[in-house]
Design a protein around this ligand. Structure first.
Ligand code: DQA
Length: 142
């Protein structure tokens, strides 16, 4: 199985970005851990981060042809704004899980709505970096 992990805007700053909200682990730490867990299950995990909506969309489109079975996505703030990403994810017909490090529901009201959730297989929020691992383990069972 081939799992693609997508990270949206500002997630390249993890580790130093508001660590009281997002934790101390860097994106490289998280990606390395996910690769290890996937390998332990005989699966492959690739990852892509971008601060640009269009680049994330291009990567989602490419997933149609590169053997991706499942997508795990933390779209960052685009979660709350991007109809384009929601349409893209719905168009490629690859199941996906939406992840947020923080519990968006105990934060500002503008973080309570997600354009992605209505077509997601599942949503994980508030579990920190472990949320990605939970999503990965779920994807590996799917
Ligand atoms: C986030 C929550 C979003 O509201 C925020 O814009 C992010 C990160 C999270 O992982 O908790 O960039 O997706």
């Amino acid at each position: 199985r081939h799992i693609l992990v997508l990270h949206g805007p500002n997630l390249n700053l993890l580790g130093t970005r508001q660590p009281e909200i997002y934790g101390h682990e860097t994106l490289a730490d998280i990606n390395a851990h996910l690769e290890r867990v996937a390998a332990e299950h005989g699966a492959q995990c690739s990852h892509f981060q971008s601060n640009h909506e269009g680049e994330l969309l291009d990567r989602i489109h490419a997933a149609r042809q590169d053997g991706t079975d499942f997508i795990i996505i933390n779209a960052g703030a685009y979660t709350h704004t991007s109809i384009a990403l929601a349409d893209g994810l719905a168009s490629v017909d690859i199941p996906f899980i939406e992840v947020h490090l923080s519990n968006v529901y105990r934060r500002e009201a503008f973080r309570h709505h997600s354009f992605l959730s209505s077509t997601a297989k599942g949503v994980v929020a508030g579990l920190g970096a472990f949320g990605y691992e939970a999503a990965l383990l779920s994807a590996l069972r799917a």
